[in-house]
Every structure is written in C-alpha cells, then in structure tokens.
Design a protein around this ligand. Structure first.
Ligand code: FES
Ligand SMILES: [Fe+2]
Length: 361
C-alpha cells in the first residue's frame, strides 16, 4: 500500500523494439473502438479503421447487420476501401475488379473461367472480431482471451445507462489530430487529473476542486466531477455553458477509459469517444467523434458550442504538455519518474503495459 510507484523507464517511450512489442501484444489483441452503429445508417455504409499496419472495414449489410472485415482483397491483397462512405450492393476492388457482397462473400470475378482452382466460396473477405456494445462498435484484430467490452464495462453499466448510448446520433465530424509524442504519453495525460490545477485552469474552475477518480478491474477506470453552481470567476464560455444547459441535465463531466487507448467523455450535452492511435514511437494520432441525443433546442445547441470552445482550449493545453513530456523523455537528465497517488490511473495503464510486455519494459 505504501510502496512507491516508479514510472516506466524513459526508453519505453521511444524504443522501436518496445513499440513493435506493443503493436503485437497490446494493440492487435485489445478492443479498438471504430464508431457507433449510427455512423452506418444504411446498407453499404462503411467505415475504415486503420491501426498501424492493419486496417479493417466495418460495413452494414443488406440484412441490416454490421460486419467487420480485413481491408485486403483476397486476390492479391489490394486495400479495398478508404475513409468512410457508402458502397451500395458491392465492394469492388480497384485493381482487377473482384467484387464482394456486403456480407463479405466473393460475388464477382472478371474472367472467372480462366481462374484455375478458384473456390469462390472460400475466398470471401476475412472477418475481424466485432463487438457491438450499447451501439458502439469495437473490433479486435487478433483473438485474445481477454474479456469482452461488455464484461469490462459491466461495473459501470448502471452509471452509463443514463447517457442512453444506443440512442445517440452523430454530432459533428470526426476530429483527427497528430501529436509529437509516444501513445503512452498521450494516454497517460488523458487519464490523469493531477495536472488539472496547473495545466488546465479552465477545468480547474469547472470541477477541479471536486475531481474524483476510481480504478476498476480489467483496465477500466473513471474520473470526473460535478459542475459548479456559481458562475463567479468563470470564463465567457464556461459561464454561458453552465447557464445554457437545460435544467434536467445532470451537471457533471465524466470520463471512462478502457485499456489501452480508448475513453468516453460524458457530458450532459453530448458523449464523445477519444482514442489514441500509435503511428510511430514518437508520433500519435488523437481521434475523436461526438454523439448526442436528438435535441434541437437553441439553448442545447449553444451549450454544445460552448463545450466545444472549452475543450478546444483544453486540447491545446494538452498538446503543449504531451509534446513537452516527449522531449523531456529524451533528456540525459531523466531516467524514470515517480507517480503520485492521484496518478493511480497512469499506474494502472503502466501495470497493464508491464503485464503484457514482461521483461521488455
Ligand atoms: S487485388 Fe483485388 S482484384 Fe486483384
Ligand atoms: Fe490534460
């Protein structure tokens, strides 16, 4: 209980061998959030999800079911789709024209008669493991014995029910931003509230004094705090946000995170997911999408605008923090650090990395 919590060594944030092991032992074997069923309302609607050298397609079939496939043609591997969109009826490869039905089976082959030994029934797109949890769609590139998303989030199911995840609708466009740091620097920053009083004066005003957190099982943790009753000392956006929030809204901001790289941001006015995608040992993509319950009231739209302004500033502040950490990690004057008790969620992440990478870190 009273033991010190040393951090991971600095090399864990830059060593290509560790990065490769994280790809293999962590990212390919954990659930990755791709989007929400409402992002794919019609048959043929698809989303491409890229993670390092892997890519998956999520696509809604004619039968309404959403399926996940590896994004590689079975003929000679051409990458089938990019980004997001609608591919009605078929997915056609742009190299030699193999076409796949929306359920993944190989439906058309140019010059089929001259293909010796082609068993079309066995040449459908290869499936990727998919879990739909409360409308959110998670994939796992490689099977693993770890728990399902539903099992991981089960202790929070009563708390999360009030956000009515299955009824959410897309809100705004996907945001993608790349930062010059290792993925763990970004994730540690995202799940740690010890830096709020110094790093985020706005968040400190909003709930910093009342910020709480809990570390749960299976790499899940939560944090957040109630919003203030008084508008005194708040910025323009913060004051307007609080006064515009409709009365029935729960006045709190919350965060739930899943190992290794996914978080839900829970606001009274919207729900976002925030995902940290490794690109290189020192380069990370921050990906987020917002969702909201249908509510077109003017004050709700204005509250969402204020929320965006508040969090845009937080993101700018965080960029400076994580890039500053990455540069400091290269210093000869730093080897490893020590965690505060309020950094328990960072500790949980680092223990998860240690458990999967063994003696490498
Ligand atoms: S690689 Fe797709 S049809 Fe040839
Ligand atoms: Fe932060």
């Amino acid at each position: 209980m009273d033991q010190a919590w040393p951090t991971l060594a600095a090399a864990a944030y830059s060593d290509p061998a560790i990065f490769a092991a994280e790809r293999r032992e962590i990212f390919l074997k954990t659930w990755q959030l791709v989007g929400h069923a409402c992002d794919l309302p019609n048959p043929g609607d698809y989303l491409v999800f890229d993670l390092l050298d892997q890519s998956a397609i999520l696509i809604r079939g004619e039968d309404g079911a959403i399926r996940a496939f590896h994004n590689a043609c079975r003929h000679r591997a051409f990458r089938l789709l990019e980004g997001e969109g609608c591919s009605p009826a078929r997915v056609r490869c742009k190299y030699h024209g193999f076409s796949y039905a929306l359920d993944g089976h190989l439906a058309g082959v140019p010059g089929e008669r001259d293909f010796v030994g082609l068993d079309k029934a066995a040449m459908g797109l290869r499936a990727v493991e998919l879990e739909s949890w409360q409308g959110f769609l998670f994939i796992r590139f490689q099977p693993d014995a770890g728990p399902s998303v539903a099992q991981q989030l089960d202790p929070l199911s009563a708390h999360l029910a009030r956000y009515r995840f299955p009824e959410l609708r897309p809100f705004g466009r996907e945001a993608r931003d790349s930062v010059a740091c290792n993925w763990k620097v970004a994730q540690e920053n995202n799940i740690e509230g010890y830096h709020i009083p110094v790093g985020h004066p706005g968040l400190q005003r909003l709930f910093g004094e009342r910020y709480g957190f809990a570390v749960l099982e299976h790499g899940v943790s939560r944090a957040g705090g109630p919003l203030p009753d008084s508008l005194e000392g708040l910025s323009w956006s913060e004051q307007h946000y609080l006064s515009l929030l409709p009365a029935e809204c729960e006045r709190a901001w919350g965060y739930v995170s899943l190992f290794p790289n996914v978080a839900f941001d829970l606001y009274p006015d919207q729900v976002d997911f925030f995902q940290i995608i490794p690109l290189a040992p020192d380069r990370t993509l921050l990906r987020s999408r917002g969702y909201a319950l249908p509510d077109d009231r003017r004050e709700m739209r204005a509250a969402r605008y204020c929320n965006m302004r508040i969090n845009r500033l937080v993101s700018r502040e965080d960029r400076g923090l994580v890039e500053g950490v990455q540069r400091g990690l290269a210093s000869l004057g730093y080897g490893e650090g020590l965690l505060h008790r309020r950094e328990a969620r960072v500790r949980q992440l680092q223990e998860g990395v240690r458990a999967r990478l063994g003696s490498l870190v």
